[in-house]
Write a protein that binds this ligand. Structure first.
Ligand SMILES: [Zn+2]
Length: 208
């Protein structure tokens, strides 16, 4: 049998295509041979952070526009796989702000912890994945030990790429500005505290 070396991990395998089974799975899940899917628990603190930030600026028109865009996303009438999945989420009770907070959590994670989520296909796939997984999608035919069960149905690679790219092109600048604004506020606060502690210089009258 014809064998080859996986270009990512150097394992020898005889599969179709360049990747071994493990790296091949990572490529279809995350767009990258070394990619990992970010868990909900990892996103939780970043989601809390984003939610606070969005609430703080909720009257700003950019925030209103972003929420409204997420609402349109959930209500898209198009007949493609991504739109069907998004309508499923809406029917399962997902709100526009929930989508926006989830997307923002992925941006915050990538910003504050770039090692865990590099800014490449891994980001694109993970941001879409986080949205798709806001609610489990039922797979009626799944049989677990003969019993009918349900599990997350895996969204196709192309669906993740399509939704991920749409999100990035629409909300990338918005979240970058939101995080920059947060960091500027933090910096101002630090400056204020440091000014408050600055020693008072003797005035010319004191030295005269
Ligand atoms: Zn490999």
């Amino acid at each position: 049998m014809h064998t080859k070396v996986c270009p990512s991990c150097r394992h020898i395998h005889s599969r179709l295509g360049p990747w071994c089974s493990r790296c091949g799975r990572a490529v279809s899940n995350t767009g990258h041979a070394k990619g990992r899917l970010i868990r909900k628990g990892t996103l939780r603190p970043h989601r809390k952070f984003t939610s606070g930030l969005l609430a703080q600026h909720r009257e700003h028109r950019s925030v209103k526009a972003a929420v409204s865009w997420c609402g349109k996303l959930l209500a898209s009438a198009r007949e493609d796989d991504v739109s069907r999945e998004l309508r499923r989420l809406r029917d399962q009770g997902v709100s526009p702000i929930e989508v926006l907070e989830t997307i923002g959590a992925v941006y915050a994670l990538a910003h504050f912890d770039p090692h865990s989520l590099p800014d490449d296909q891994r980001f694109t796939f993970n941001v879409a994945n986080a949205v798709f997984r806001l609610r489990p999608s039922y797979s009626r035919d799944t049989s677990i030990n003969g019993d009918r069960g349900y599990r997350y149905e895996r969204q196709k690679t192309t669906m993740k790429r399509d939704l991920g790219m749409t999100i990035r092109s629409t909300l990338g600048v918005f979240f970058r500005q939101l995080i920059e604004r947060y960091e500027a506020d933090q910096e101002n606060e630090r400056q204020l505290l440091s000014d408050l502690r600055a020693p008072l210089q003797p005035t010319s009258k004191d030295t005269a």
